[in-house]
Design a protein around this ligand. Structure first.
Ligand code: GNR
Ligand code: NI
Length: 176
């Protein structure tokens, strides 16, 4: 029987207010989409599932290339990779209570488009177009914000954001 090598690792996730989360990601040259890139994508999925989360932008693991991974399914069987994503159209509004692996234990309502059409490359460089609504649409918009250095708490009032900053630093002090 041929041996099967399984090589995976969990990646550390940057946490607010780490300034690296504010980096604007750079476009990926399709020539970069090699086996090493796809192994890295697998590590991101494992990191996301372990957290647990439904999406992870490269920015959150201190990789400032323009891509993200998403799986909103409960069975963890709908992996989607978006390289150089672009939103082609948006329609309607929805309010969703959001959380973020980079802002642990904080949740807040955010208003976003209800339906979007997004285009991107997959992990092999093949272009695709996807119409998304509901939670998938929320998650795509949340991850694309990360790629621009933006966090969901940026939509809240400065007062509320300051309260969150204090709560997180207090949490970290008691965890240390
Ligand atoms: O796991 C996550 N859940 C979630 C819930 C509502 C709206 C957005 C998200 S994304 C988040 C994972 C994350 O931080 N991705 O950047
Ligand atoms: Ni997030």
């Amino acid at each position: 029987m041929a041996p099967i090598l399984v090589r995976m690792s969990l990646l550390p996730i940057l946490e607010y207010p780490d300034p690296r989360l504010r980096t604007v990601a750079r476009e990926i040259d399709p020539a970069e989409l090699d086996d090493a890139f796809r192994a890295h994508v697998d590590d991101m999925f494992e990191t996301m599932y372990a957290a647990p989360g439904i999406g992870l932008a490269a920015s959150q693991i201190d990789d400032h290339r323009r891509f993200m991974v998403i799986d909103v399914s409960e069975a963890h069987d709908q992996r989607r990779v978006f390289v150089n994503p672009r939103i082609l159209s948006r329609e309607g509004e929805q309010v969703c209570q959001e959380g973020c692996l980079s802002v642990p234990s904080i949740q807040a309502d955010v208003t976003r488009a209800e339906k979007i059409v997004v285009t991107a490359l997959d992990a092999h460089g093949a272009p695709f177009e996807l119409a998304a609504e509901g939670l998938l649409a929320v998650c795509i918009q949340h991850e694309m914000d990360h790629l621009l250095g933006k966090l969901f708490i940026d939509y809240l009032s400065p007062l509320k954001r300051d309260m969150i900053k204090r709560k997180l630093s207090k949490q970290r002090r008691s965890a240390a």
